[in-house]
Design a protein around this ligand. Structure first.
Ligand code: NAD
Length: 487
């Protein structure tokens, strides 16, 4: 498969953008096929998911090459953060989705004596997935797994900024699904806009809060349900009891993986003032151990990918320049190679609170550090911003951990680690308000693409409601009085 230059993607995508009539044709074909997908058995769905798994293994090298062409992502990092999570979620789903599909009985209160009730998980129907460029393979495959397990038809619109991965996704998925089941429509935001006009039953969007608002507004026109997996500024607190070497190891890995372009990357650090110097020193050691001792060895080392394009390169460079101009100190890195969209791992201290880098999601390999005197000072900074997608705590003191948990809110939290909560299949994944609406992964992923249909079944001719129907009289009053008092 011929690889294409990422920087040319916009021009290329515009010439290839699917026309509105093509989009409508695919949507209608899926619509007419909905009932048959909805009625597919667990066996049918298992067959599809198993084929998807084997195709991912078959395409492993092609996926690595596509990610490398898109933003020089190292092959092993593609395995670790794109292919392995996709396979892991597929395995977990294959092991459990037949249980998830079962009707779920619920308890019956005495006021509904004689009946039973259950929840039926039925497919939502036509689903639209709009996905970002930062983990362009995994973030497209993951919702497809759950949408298919729950019996839906899917149109995927991958990001235009990673065109090679979009092409591989299209090719691979076409070998598993017909277009009536899962279709890939490539293109930029014009294509998203056309898609968002259609009456999808469900929209699953992964991307920025800014575009999330556009998606939600469009969804409201058709009252489509909507899951928004968004981003924002995820704080990391390192208190005075934390082990600095351990914290540095885990923070450096979580921050510089994917060159900082991770939705749950630690965005900024709040560290107790007594540990600032020790943490900076430990992070420098970790950066050099992991990536090399100078910029040239880090660029050549094959362990760091690049910023996805020149626009994002300049955006992050501007954030650093703005912080420096306001007095931030570059503790490490701070160098840029424009020709290669490369930003060296960078640590900043003394960053003014109102500088842009402490207001916007960084989404790049730059770590601003703020020192605090009391934990309340740190919490005030966190709670002065939008609720984050992730919040990380490094501490050995149970009281501090619980105090931080009690006095903040976040989509997810790792205590004494970073990122790994996303890999725990028995936890829901998602944000809260500005960082996201709705949850994904594992059973929550299946529920995300299912309508939880409530079923109340009466087993007798008599129904409790008969005791309370008009004409109202003394007996009705007695029944309702007793019911309110005792049941
Ligand atoms: P983005 O919001 O710019 O784009 C995401 C998708 O939306 C792309 O497919 C794009 O083509 C489309 N899009 C762009 N403008 C649009 C418009 N006006 N109307 C409709 N669709 C439009 O996000 P991005 O730059 O690709 O990704 C980075 C953001 O995504 C960060 O904020 C990051 O935190 C977030 N993110 C969140 C998660 C998560 O799971 N919560 C995962 C990855 C990334």
């Amino acid at each position: 498969m011929e690889l294409i230059s990422n920087e040319n993607s916009t021009v290329l995508e515009q010439s290839e953008n699917s026309s509105s009539s093509q989009i409508i044709k695919i949507f209608k074909e899926q619509e007419s096929n909905l009932q048959s997908i909805k009625n597919s058995t667990a066996r049918d769905r298992r067959k599809k998911l198993k084929l998807l798994k084997s195709k991912i293994f078959e395409y492993r090298e092609a996926i690595q090459n596509a990610l490398f062409a898109d933003f020089k992502k190292p092959a092993i990092e593609t395995d670790v953060s794109e292919i392995y999570p996709s396979i892991a979620e597929l395995k977990h789903t294959l092991n459990h989705f037949e249980d998830w599909m079962l009707d779920e009985e619920v308890d019956t209160p005495i006021t509904l004596l004689g009946s039973s009730a259950y929840i039926r998980y039925e497919a939502k129907g036509n689903c639209l997935l709009i996905t970002p460029w930062n983990y362009p393979f995994y973030l497209a495959i993951s919702p497809i797994i759950y949408a298919v397990a729950a019996g839906n038809a899917v149109i995927l619109k991958p990001s235009e900024f990673t065109p090679n991965t979009a092409k591989i996704l299209k090719k691979l998925l076409a070998e598993v699904f017909s277009e009536k089941e899962v279709a890939v429509i490539e293109g930029d935001h014009h294509v998203s806009t056309e898609l968002l006009k259609l009456p999808f039953h469900h929209i699953h969007f992964t991307g920025s809060p800014k575009v999330g608002k556009i998606v939600m507004e469009a969804a409201s026109k058709n009252l489509s349900t909507c899951t928004l997996e968004l981003g924002g500024k995820s704080p990391t607190i390192v208190d005075e009891t934390a082990n600095m070497k351990e914290a540095a190891n885990k923070i450096v890995w979580g921050k510089f993986l994917n060159e900082g372009q991770t939705c749950i990357a630690p965005d900024y650090i709040l560290v107790h003032e007594s540990k600032m110097a020790a943490l900076v020193a430990a992070m420098k050691v970790e950066i050099e151990n992991k990536y090399g001792s100078n910029m040239s060895s880090r660029m050549q080392g094959g362990n760091l990918c690049r910023m996805v394009n020149s626009r994002h390169f300049s955006r992050v460079q501007d954030l650093v320049e703005d912080a420096k101009s306001q007095g931030a100190i570059v503790e490490y890195g701070g160098d840029f190679n424009e020709a290669d969209n490369y930003i060296d791992p960078t640590i900043l201290s003394s960053v003014p609170k109102h500088s842009n880098i402490l207001q916007e999601e960084i989404f790049g390999p730059v770590m601003p550090m703020i020192s605090y005197k009391s934990i309340d000072e740190a919490l005030q900074i966190i709670n002065g911003k939008e609720r984050p997608l992730a919040l990380y705590i490094f501490s050995k003191k149970e009281k501090n951990i619980e105090y931080i948990m009690q006095n903040t809110s976040a989509g997810g939290t790792c205590i004494n680690d970073t990122l790994l909560h996303i890999t725990q299949p028995n936890l829901p994944f998602g944000g809260i308000n500005n960082s996201g609406i709705g949850k994904s992964h594992g059973k929550w992923g299946f529920i995300d693409f299912s309508n939880e249909r409530s079923v109340h079944r009466q087993h007798f001719r008599f129904s409790m409601s008969m005791l309370l129907q008009p004409p109202y009289n003394k007996f009705s009053k007695f029944v309702i009085d007793m019911t309110m008092k005792y049941f």
